[in-house]
Design a protein around this ligand. Structure first.
Ligand code: C2E
Ligand code: MG
Ligand code: MG
Ligand code: MG
Length: 278
């Protein structure tokens, strides 16, 4: 019995420690916004046919003064739970639009918006404000959402998607195939692009179903008038499969890792010099 109590105490201490760590991270997150510890990196998206860069996805990083680099997979969920995702998301929108407006080629920028942000009545206004402040035309901004937005009120979701379209902004369905994928969503909601999750792309050069899935999603996109982007392309073999399967755009380490805005801009300047737009 005493041993049982000891085990319980151990768990209690563990729980305390975990909650304290979380609480500390939450306080750090609040400070991080004020202290500008966040950085946006930009990863190229290329046209599969020409390998030309047609846009960049903005990906946020947190440089924690003691813990070093913290991945968005770790702090975005916490930011969502604490409501800090709203100011963070606004910062991401403004920074991404401002950087893109200064690029030497008029390619697009994609910004991730979490389900919590999406639910907020402030989102459309925040997008409009970021466009206005930066001077970036709405047609150069893509908003990436995940299937989780579909678990909410669908009438409200549809209204927000339409208002974003009204600003000229395009909407991409991110990580397609991993969540609560339903083909009826693709029919009912006005997405402009499907991003095929990297879990399928990863297995493209192996034997198996991945190829059939990628090819089917690309075909589906084509017939629904949506573009398709393969995420996480790392090898030449995967790239060649994608091209054969009719996928239109690709993103992954094969073409470039997420990089600081300055490097993204230099890459575009280089592209313009060696391969002028048609
Ligand atoms: P995501 O939107 O699906 O972004 C793609 C992720 O795949 C990025 O991870 C990117 O660095 C990674 N990636 C790209 N190419 C490759 C590749 O060839 N191989 C591999 N193994 N990985 C690749 P990252 O930057 O760690 O972001 C993770 C997730 O965090 C994102 O997934 C997105 O859901 C979320 N996130 C990132 N930035 C933001 C943001 O500003 N706001 C919100 N709400 N979420 C964000
Ligand atoms: Mg994304
Ligand atoms: Mg994705
Ligand atoms: Mg993802």
């Amino acid at each position: 019995k005493s041993e049982g109590r000891g085990t319980w105490r151990f768990f209690e201490r563990e729980m305390d420690a975990q909650m304290q760590a979380r609480r500390r991270l939450e306080l750090d997150l609040r400070r991080a916004l004020a202290e500008q510890e966040f950085q946006l990196l930009f990863q190229p998206l290329v046209h599969v046919g020409s390998r030309r860069i047609i846009g960049f996805e903005a990906l946020v990083r947190w440089h924690h003064p003691e813990r070093g680099l913290i991945s968005p997979a770790e702090f975005i969920p916490l930011a969502e739970e604490t409501g800090l995702i709203m100011p963070l998301g606004e910062w991401v929108l403004h920074t991404a639009c401002r950087e893109a407006a200064s690029w030497p080629e008029q390619v697009s920028v994609a910004v991730n918006v979490s389900a919590v942000q999406f639910r907020s009545p402030l989102l459309v206004d925040a997008v409009a404000a970021a466009l206005r402040a930066s001077g970036l035309p709405g047609s150069r901004l893509e908003i990436e959402v995940t299937e989780s937005i579909m678990l909410q009120d669908n009438v409200a979701t549809l209204a927000i998607l339409h208002r974003l379209h009204g600003l000229g902004v395009r909407i991409s369905m991110d990580d397609f195939g991993t969540g609560y994928s339903s083909l009826s969503y693709l029919r009912s909601f006005p997405f402009d692009k499907i991003k095929i999750d990297q879990s399928f792309v990863r297995d493209l050069d192996k034997q198996g179903d991945a190829r059939a899935i990628v090819s089917a999603i690309s075909g589906l996109g084509r017939s629904l008038g949506m573009s398709t982007t393969a995420e996480g392309v790392e090898t030449q073999e995967q790239f060649e499969q994608l091209r054969a399967d009719g996928c239109l755009e690709a993103q992954g380490y094969l073409f470039g890792r997420p990089m600081p805005a300055r490097d993204a801009s230099a890459l575009l300047r280089h592209q313009r010099a060696v391969q002028p737009a048609g």
